[in-house]
Design a protein around this ligand. Structure first.
Ligand SMILES: Cc1cc2nc3c(=O)[nH]c(=O)nc-3n(C[C@H](O)[C@H](O)[C@H](O)COP(=O)(O)OP(=O)(O)OC[C@H]3O[C@@H](n4cnc5c(N)ncnc54)[C@H](O)[C@@H]3O)c2cc1C
Length: 564
């Protein structure tokens, strides 16, 4: 059985940064990914990465903005770590080859982003994630003697020993269908988020909550799962993202009457208030009949106020997206957008070293909840989160590995169980519902009942639907009965992961009877610090989720009213 000091599941920015750190610390490392590493979803990240680099800035200001953006639910010790380490991390990336945009003086250029008190977002046009991911991949190849890459391998479950320690994973080779056990002293989950639980979403088809469900099923608690970010500017029909970089460059939001409606809810920051605030303001305009386009379901993003030369230079990717997916030249006319699912603040609960409560199991990146984003993530803080906590998890896991022997774990029962499970899916009779139908219904119910505005009634409807979909998932059938590149069977496994994530999200949203960050309860419209300045943790108890609470860590910023 292949064995490694540090086995990382996921080759996005969090996974690759963890791998680089662990390899540099002398560990034997493996990175497993269900797609080729540079096709990981981090490649889609557009607008940039935050760091208090400018001489006018200070990491404490970045930390305060992040705390405020989180609606005071973020853990301040973790936020301090992230923001204080940010400048060094971004400069490190520059030094290893990321071609960040420079200004006329030759300094790193910084653009404005939502919720930030000054310009602190470093960027590579609007392809920042791609630029970073490719450079990290290049760096990893330099460590090819100690870093193994399992490309197009799909992790189906974690292996725990009799004492509940994580000692490896079972994975399926996507190309051949072969199942294989992998032993590891430490496993780092870096599997990304769960955007596909919603329809539409800005996230790619591969973002199906696998890591969250893998950890949850192994007994690790999930935290802040109710906090789901709707991004203010996604294309009305497809849900494709138009980066916040557009508003950072000065674009306006307009309703059907041509008003810059953000004046009403964020008179100081206007379009650059935090995402939860802007998305809510947009949804109110739509609900109250001031929307644009078919059914009044959109609003206008007007990029024409940005000098055309600048748009073509710094936002060239969304110029193409506008043309290709909406038939609109954004340099000449406004484009219809609306709030759309984009990011999940919640995930696998970890400490600032990436450790979960399961010994030997770490998590970093969007799969994890440290919690640096709390109730609402600031734009351009996710790339930072992936790098800082990916690196820290990699370093910690490597150090732990150097002081221990390879766990002796009998993989046979795990292998047998997974083989039976997968063969069972492939052999299901063609009756009942297809995987794709169930996935579609799940996405739609989440988008209608657990979106920008929530209520007990709507969440209960979602809960009932999810319970039914969970049952249907257990018998959902697939077309492909083969072994080679059987994406159908992987889709069925992913559907199970997504249902777990949806169930935890809705339960936590029902539990939190207040409005904070991205969770706005129309039946509880106020923030209630007395009762709810705490995290909701969800753990698996038998077959179902169980709720508990954990405190929010406050170091220097007491909760206050949040205005922009
Ligand atoms: C369109 C878009 C634009 C964005 N722009 C920005 C931005 O400008 N700035 C910013 O800060 N944030 C941005 N974000 C958010 C940010 O890109 C993501 O949160 C971040 O890249 C997630 O990185 P990650 O490493 O955690 O996961 P990912 O990059 O999603 O990687 C997940 C990895 O896990 C692997 N994996 C998953 N499940 C399995 C499994 N079962 N078996 C094996 N491998 C598995 C995948 O193959 C992949 O390699 C954007 C997001 C989107 C959708």
């Amino acid at each position: 059985m292949p064995s490694h000091d540090v086995l990382i599941i996921g080759a996005g920015l969090a996974g690759q940064r963890a791998a680089l750190a662990a390899a540099q610390a002398g560990a034997s490392v493996a990175v497993m990914s269900k797609v080729h590493p540079v096709r990981s979803h981090s490649v889609a990240a557009a607008g940039g990465i935050n760091a208090a680099i400018s001489v006018a800035d200070d990491w404490r200001s970045h930390a305060y903005d992040t705390v405020k953006g989180s609606d005071f639910l973020g853990d301040q010790d973790a936020i301090e770590v992230m923001c204080s380490e940010a400048p060094h991390e971004v400069m490190h990336l520059e030094h290893i080859g990321v071609t960040f945009h420079r200004n006329d003086e030759g300094e790193l250029d910084l653009r404005a982003f939502g919720g930030a008190s000054l310009k602190r977002t470093a960027y590579v046009a609007d392809i920042t994630g791609q630029a970073m991911l490719h450079v990290l991949y290049e760096q990893l190849m330099r460590h090819h003697e100690t870093v193994d890459l399992y490309e197009e391998w799909f992790t189906t479950c974690l292996m725990l020993d009799e004492d509940g320690r994580c000692g490896g994973v079972i994975a399926r080779d996507v190309r051949s269908g072969r199942l294989q056990a992998f032993a590891a002293k430490n496993v780092i989950l870096a599997c990304g988020g769960a955007g596909q639980v919603y329809k539409p979403t800005t996230n790619g088809l591969i973002v199906t909550g696998d890591g969250i469900a893998l950890a949850y099923r192994a007994g690790a608690p999930l935290m802040d799962m109710e906090m789901v970010q709707y991004h203010p500017t996604t294309l009305v029909d497809s849900g494709i993202l138009i980066t916040e970089g557009a508003r950072g460059e000065g674009a306006h939001l307009l309703n059907a009457q041509g008003e810059r409606f953000m004046e009403k809810s964020a008179p100081n920051k206007m379009e650059l208030a935090s995402r939860d605030v802007v998305s809510r303001a947009e949804q109110i305009e739509i609900n109250e009949g001031r929307g644009v386009g078919p059914g009044g379901q959109g609003l206008y993003l007007d990029v024409t106020v940005v000098p055309r030369k600048r748009t073509l230079e710094a936002l060239r990717e969304i110029v193409n997206l506008g043309k290709d997916f909406a038939g609109v030249d954004i340099t000449r006319e406004p484009i219809a957008i609306r709030p759309g699912q984009h990011y999940i603040m919640g995930g696998v609960k970890t400490d600032i070293e990436g450790r979960t409560p399961i010994e030997g199991l770490y998590a970093a990146g969007e799969v994890a909840c440290v919690s640096v984003h709390g109730g609402n993530r600031l734009g351009a803080n996710s790339l930072l989160d992936t790098l800082i906590f990916g690196r820290r998890a990699g370093e910690h896991a490597a150090a732990r590995a150097s002081a221990m022997a390879m766990p002796s774990l009998d993989s046979k029962p795990h292998m047998r169980r997974e083989e039976e499970r997968i063969e069972g899916i492939i052999a299901r009779p063609r009756e009942g519902r297809r995987v794709s139908e169930i996935k579609h219904e799940l996405g739609e119910v989440m988008n209608s009942e657990a979106a920008v505005f929530r209520s007990e009634q709507a969440l209960r409807r979602a809960q009932e639907t999810i319970a039914r979909l969970k049952e249907e998932t257990d018998s959902a059938w697939i077309d492909d009965r083969g072994t080679v590149f059987n994406q159908d069977v992987l889709g069925a496994i992913e559907l199970g992961f997504m249902v777990d994530c949806a169930e935890a999200t809705v339960l936590a949203a029902l539990e939190r009877t207040e409005s904070r960050g991205a969770q706005f309860r129309t039946d509880f419209p106020e923030r209630n610090d007395e009762e709810w300045l705490k995290h909701i943790d969800i753990s698996l108890n038998g077959d179902g989720p169980q709720v508990s609470y954990s405190p929010v860590t406050i170091t220097q910023w007491q909760p206050e009213e949040r205005t922009y």
